[in-house]
Write a protein that binds this ligand. Structure first.
Ligand code: PEP
Ligand code: MN
Length: 363
């Protein structure tokens, strides 16, 4: 989205005015609605833990056929009833027009769009079109949370949010659930924090909710990711939970017991401190000065690179000199290591600088 459009995001609080004051929005519930008793037991456990928003997947987009694909429409009443009986607000995932219509008929007003759906503009548009046709009062009560697409494509994520915005959905939020990465072992979905950070920079008024369950992929890592999100000042968390996680029909490795969700949220304090005196100000001032020096040094470096480019042109020497690039990289990484900087970080910085030098010499 360009700068001109940015100022047009006029959003309303998620889930209606009543939740405006909530400190940290907590949504929890099972990956999938499996049975009436599982939904009841999970909802009542979560209500005891103070959770107000109850999630469950009714239609499950699975990577491979043959896995449990959700109960479908018959489970909607389990979601609505177990939420109502426990004084919670229900939410579910919708991936096409039929899902939205069935969920609306069951009385649901709060939805999320899953990571696989966000990648598909046709599907998102189909969903947005259903919302666009709703009577004004219903439309204004609808909340839609858009998960990031499975691939690290910020424009696709923003595009999905825009499609809903254009359909006059004003209770909009984004869910950061991580990105698929081939061969990743630590996370199920790599967080790539810079992408939601950039989303927040581009649309500051958009609430950002983290889904530590789908990032982590395993129970033991959920708390760490949740804590990072809170430290990053996210507005909320969506955490998968199940009354008996080991028997769950989908995502059993990452679901928490409702009481463990309670323990987790009571241990998560939002950072609300103030830096003593002018300490933060002074350090930021120092960072600003260092950054200015860096910019000056980069400009000097590019000037020299252009002079070298000119010499190479006159003497008919090719622009790219792999041997020089290799030795420069090795030496800088070694020097940086001695100063306590990570080799990975140096590699990224110097390959970007080198790319730009090559560009300058090609002009
Ligand atoms: C889910 O929330 O259960 C789900 C399917 O998530 P995602 O779209 O993030 O994979
Ligand atoms: Mn899940």
């Amino acid at each position: 989205m360009n700068k001109e459009l940015r100022s047009e995001w006029h959003l309303l609080p998620l889930f209606g005015e009543k939740e405006k004051q909530a400190d940290l929005l907590i949504i929890s519930g099972p990956c999938s609605a499996e049975s009436q008793s599982q939904m009841q037991a999970t909802a009542s456990g979560l209500a005891r833990a103070g959770v107000k928003f109850f999630r469950a997947g009714i239609w499950k987009p699975r990577t491979r056929p043959g896995s449990f694909e959700g109960i479908g429409a018959p489970a909607l009443k389990w979601l609505v009833n177990s939420a109502n009986q426990n004084n919670m607000t229900p939410l579910t995932e919708v991936a096409n027009e039929a899902h939205v219509r069935a969920a609306l008929r069951a009385g649901l007003r709060n939805f999320w769009i899953g990571a696989r759906t966000t990648t598909n503009p046709f599907a998102v548009q189909e969903i947005a079109d259903v919302f666009a046709q709703l009577p004004e009062d219903v439309k204004h009560s609808v909340t839609v949370l858009v998960k990031n697409p499975v691939n690290p494509d910020l424009e696709l994520w923003i595009g999905a949010l825009q499609r809903l915005y254009v359909s006059c959905i004003r209770r909009l939020g984004a869910i950061h659930r991580g990105f698929s990465a081939y061969g990743e072992k630590f996370y199920r979905n790599r967080p790539e924090w810079r992408i939601p950070v950039e989303l927040k920079r581009r649309i500051p008024e958009l609430p950002l909710i983290c889904d530590p369950s789908h990032i982590a992929g395993r129970r033991g890592l959920v708390e760490k990711v949740a804590r990072q999100a809170v430290d990053m000042n996210y507005e909320g968390l969506i955490i998968e939970s199940h009354c008996n996680p080991d028997s769950a029909l989908s995502d059993k490795d990452q679901q928490l017991l409702p009481e463990d969700v309670g323990k987790l949220i009571s241990s998560l304090g939002k950072r609300r401190g103030k830096a003593p005196d002018n300490c933060l100000f002074t350090l930021r001032d120092e960072i600003d000065n260092i950054d200015r020096e860096l910019v000056g040094l980069l400009a000097r470096r590019m000037n020299v690179a252009r002079e070298i480019g000119e010499l190479k042109r006159v003497h008919q020497i090719p622009v790219l000199q792999p041997e020089r690039y290799r030795s420069l990289m090795e030496e800088r990484i070694e020097e940086a290591r001695e100063l306590g900087l990570s080799p990975d970080f140096m590699k990224k910085i110097f390959s970007t600088i080198h790319d730009e030098s090559v560009n300058q010499q090609l002009q």
